[in-house]
Design a protein around this ligand. Structure first.
Ligand SMILES: [Zn+2]
Length: 400
């Protein structure tokens, strides 16, 4: 048994506890949370005990990275930033064709980097089987979103069949998985239908890249803009017509309303689309990847609109093709400075309990509650003030 105390303890489900003591069993299970005011005697005894491990900083549950592309890890530093999404997609498509021994090594390094950074669970987009051996051996808990895309309806059957094979291979190794569409503008209606039927049948988790670039809505509303030009240049949009409604409204009309859905990026989602989604599709979660957004579009989503009392907001690192690190602490740092009105507990909840609920991992991960095995992170900072949780010098270490 270990007895851990820092300046402040964040159980997440309940209010932060200054000087609270976390009692953790050898297998990582939370045995008790000792509150200095509620369990006064017990707390006093433990503080005087040599068994108490005292840290400077904050204790939080292990983090969950809601959006990553492990199989793009070898592209680190290879794609120049801030040129907009269509340009980014062109570069990734080019680099993806590389076959290289470095790919597996880069994925292992990335997996390791996440563990070092206090991450215990990951939602990972995969188009292929490359990441399977890394995931099988990893200490991290993965959910693999097998991503499928093709603009041409005639390709829907083939693409979907390929995705089913990839999904089955992950499943055969006991790994959690589901089939998801890449983005509203890269999936034909027919392919959307196949994905939706499959998701309904398997109660699959859904995820999609949403409104990542300004021209995405132009494409659906009027069929014009930079993204439309790029897509038309691929020669696969000959049967396509604009829907006259936003990208998000279009995509929600093509997906089942009952499955949990993660909308990733939302860089250009406006108040109208946000409200419509909240009103019509309560099982929707919003994933922010602030550093990737700054890298690709040099812009952050409208945080005032997206982060409401009732909204489920998660955080992802995206891939090393659009980020220099896979660090949720770094992502929280950006959010904390862009949205100073958010409490530390709310920011931490995004990378712990809210993410655990989306992935269905909340029985084990996401909060300090007796019986759970969420992992324990230490956010170490020098000055004793919880406002330093996300300061420049703060470091995260997994201590349990
Ligand atoms: Zn992505």
């Amino acid at each position: 048994m270990r007895f851990l105390q820092a300046d402040i303890l964040f159980p997440i489900l309940t209010e932060p506890i200054p000087h609270g003591i976390l009692v953790v069993e050898d297998d990582g299970r939370i045995n008790d949370i000792v509150h200095p005011l509620i369990s006064e005697d017990n707390h006093r005894q433990l503080v005087g005990s040599p068994m108490l491990e005292r840290f400077s900083g904050a204790l939080t549950p292990g983090f969950i990275n809601a959006h990553c592309h492990l199989e793009l890890s070898h592209l680190k530093g290879g794609i120049s930033g801030q040129k907009g999404l269509p340009d980014f997609l062109k570069s990734v498509t080019k680099y993806r064709q590389e076959t290289d021994d470095r790919i597996v090594d880069a994925m292992k390094t990335a997996d390791d980097e996440m563990q070092q950074g206090g991450i215990v669970g990951v939602g990972d987009i995969s188009n292929r089987l490359d990441s399977l051996p890394v995931k099988r051996q990893s200490q991290l808990r993965y959910h693999t979103f097998v991503e499928v895309f093709d603009l041409h309806p005639d390709m829907a059957d083939v693409r979907f069949e390929q995705a089913c094979q990839v999904e089955q291979a992950f499943r055969n190794h006991g790994l959690s998985t589901s089939i998801v569409p890449h983005a509203p503008y890269t999936v034909s209606e027919k392919l959307f239908r196949k994905i939706s039927e499959h998701a309904l049948l398997h109660n699959g988790l859904l995820s999609i890249h949403n409104q990542e670039t300004g021209s995405e809505d132009d494409f659906f509303m009027t069929g014009t803009g930079v993204l439309a030009d790029f897509l038309k240049s691929t020669g696969r949009y000959d049967t396509w017509n604009p829907t006259g409604i936003s990208s998000l409204r279009t995509c929600l009309s093509r997906l089942p309303a009952i499955n949990r859905l993660l909308l990733v990026h939302n860089t250009f989602t406006d108040q109208l689309d946000y409200q419509w989604t909240v009103d019509h599709r309560p099982t929707t979660y919003w994933c922010l990847c602030p550093k990737a957004n700054l890298y690709i579009e040099n812009r952050l989503p409208d945080l005032t609109t997206l982060i409401q009392e009732e909204s489920n907001v998660l955080v992802g690192t995206d891939s090393l093709a659009s980020n220099d690190k896979l660090s949720l602490l770094d992502e929280l740092r950006v959010l904390a400075s862009a949205a100073p009105w958010l409490t530390i507990n709310r920011l931490l909840k995004m990378v712990t309990l809210d993410a655990a609920r989306y992935f269905g991992w909340e029985q084990e991960l996401g909060s300090f509650e007796i019986g759970k095995t969420p992992g324990v992170n230490l956010l170490a900072y020098q000055t004793i003030a919880s406002s330093n949780c996300f300061s420049k010098d703060t470091k995260v270490t997994r201590i349990c």
